[in-house]
Ligand binder design. Structure first.
Ligand code: HEC
Length: 139
């Protein structure tokens, strides 16, 4: 009887210890994840232009990220064409229309519309930034 009590007390102690260390590692894990994401979610320090920040996915709506498809430098990527020189070639209105309505070709959405995700002001900021992506800049 006494032996059993002793054992159960020992067991309880071991369990408390296990719970404690589990909680400890969980806390550590959460901390690591949060700091990792925190690092990931910071824009490069030299970028302060609001249009540039939106372009890179650091605007008020982080789901909007032009660089994901068009490349960080606007040179084009796996999903989208080059944007450098686009305003000079096709004009700001064409860029605005594309951002607002996206591009659908043969029933396929090539580029999503961003009219719902960005305010008018933010769209103008992105256009201003895209205007700076000229062809003459060394790529
Ligand atoms: C999911 C990928 C994707 C994202 C995100 C995206 N685009 Fe596009 N974009 C495309 C594709 C693909 C095309 C080419 C569509 C076509 O003409 O077939 C395109 C076309 C364009 C064009 C027209 C290019 C031309 O030659 O006429 C502009 C301007 C443009 N995108 C700007 C933007 C801006 C600004 C953003 C961010 C607000 C953005 N895109 C986000 C995929 C994307």
């Amino acid at each position: 009887m006494q032996k059993d009590q002793k054992r159960s007390r020992k067991d309880a102690k071991a369990q408390r210890f296990a719970e404690k260390s589990l909680a400890g590692s969980l806390r550590l894990c959460v901390f690591a994840c949060v700091s990792f994401l925190g690092c990931e979610a910071k824009p490069p320090e030299h970028v302060t232009d609001p249009g540039h920040l939106i372009y890179l996915g650091f605007g008020s709506n982080r789901e909007v990220q032009c660089s994901r498809c068009h490349g960080e430098e606007g040179t084009g990527g796996m999903f989208g064409p080059k944007l450098r020189g686009i305003v000079q070639r096709k004009g700001a209105d064409h860029v605005r229309e594309t951002i607002l309505h996206g591009v659908v070709e043969e029933g396929e959405e090539e580029m999503p519309p961003f009219a719902q995700q960005l305010s008018e002001e933010e769209i103008e900021q992105v256009i201003r930034f895209v205007t700076t992506l000229t062809d003459s800049v060394a790529q």
